[in-house]
Design a protein around this ligand. Structure first.
Ligand code: 2BA
Ligand code: 2BA
Length: 109
C-alpha cells in the first residue's frame, strides 16, 4: 500500500475530491499553508493499493491546474530587511506537488 500526499490549490480541491470519490479512492483532505506564499492550500492524503497509484496520479493530474499567483508585498515592519519585497511578484504555482510514500501498516479500529 502507498500513501499519496498531494498539495493542491484550494480552487481545485472540490474537483479533485469529487474525481477521487468517483474513481473509488478514499481520501482525507487537510487545510494547509504554503511556506512561500504563506497562503492556504489543500493537502490530500490518499491511501491506496500499489497497483492503483498510477490511476490516482492521473486523477490528480487531470483535476489540478497550474496558475500564476501574485505574492503580496512583504511589509518591512517586524520582518528583517532581507525578506522585504516592496512590490507584488507573480509566482507560478504548480497544479499539484505529490509525494508517494510506502505504508508500513494500515489499521482501522
Ligand atoms: P470519509 O471519506 O468521509 O468516509 C466515511 C466513511 O464512509 C468511511 O469510514 C467508510 O465507512 C465510508 N466510505 C468511504 N468511502 C467509501 C466508498 N468509496 N464506498 C463505500 N463506503 C465508503 P472509514 O473507512 O472508517 O473512514 C473514516 C475516514 O478516514 C474517511 O472519511 C477518510 O477521511 C479517512 N480514510 C479512510 N480510509 C482512507 C484512505 N485509504 N486514505 C485516506 N483517508 C482515509
Ligand atoms: P508555497 O510554498 O506557498 O509555494 C508556492 C509557489 O511559490 C511554488 O509553487 C513555487 O512556484 C514558488 N516557490 C516556492 N518556494 C520558492 C522559493 N524558495 N523561491 C522561488 N519560488 C518559490 P509549487 O512549487 O507548485 O508549490 C505549491 C505548494 O506545494 C507550495 O506552496 C508548498 O505548500 C507545496 N510544496 C511544494 N514543494 C514542496 C516540498 N518539496 N515539500 C513540501 N511542500 C511542498
Amino acid at each position: 500500500m502507498k500513501l499519496i500526499m498531494a498539495v493542491v490549490q484550494d480552487q481545485d480541491s472540490n474537483r479533485l475530491m469529487n474525481a477521487l470519490v468517483e474513481n473509488n479512492f478514499r481520501a482525507t483532505k487537510l487545510a494547509t499553508t504554503g511556506g512561500f506564499l504563506k497562503s492556504g492550500n489543500t493537502t490530500f492524503m490518499i491511501g491506496t493499493e500499489d497497483v492503483r497509484v498510477e490511476k490516482a496520479l492521473e486523477v490528480i493530474r487531470e483535476s489540478c491546474k497550474s496558475r500564476e499567483q501574485l505574492m503580496a508585498p512583504v511589509s518591512p515592519m517586524g520582518g528583517n530587511a532581507d525578506s522585504y519585497i516592496p512590490y507584488p511578484v507573480e509566482v507560478s504555482v504548480g497544479g499539484a506537488t505529490v509525494f508517494v510514500l510506502p505504508i508500513e501498516q494500515f489499521h482501522q479500529f
